[in-house]
Design a protein. Sequence first.
Length: 114
Amino acid sequence: MKKKSKSSYSWKQFFQLLISTRPSKAVIIGGFLASLVTTAAGLLIPLFTKNLIDGFSPSSLSWQLIVTIVAVFILQAVTNGFAIFLLNLMGQKMVASMREKLWKKNAPFASILF
């Protein structure tokens, strides 16, 4: 029966690796803030819809409420797309940086392949 070897890696090393890629603080903050706005807009939609449904009658339809709901939907969609773009950009740059470091570390062996 083989004993499982304890991994020599830790969360601390993982986070050090991520930090060593030097991700842009502006992109991280922008993505985080856009995610917060998306979440807030997603929480506002049911609140406004509740007001529309609770007092529903053809005479009580308020165009301001309908415009507000549509505007919140648009805000949520735009900020969600922006957040996804920024977070994907950051992730792709971090992966590229890690690959570049790995390539530089193994550069003497690269001449064998090409």
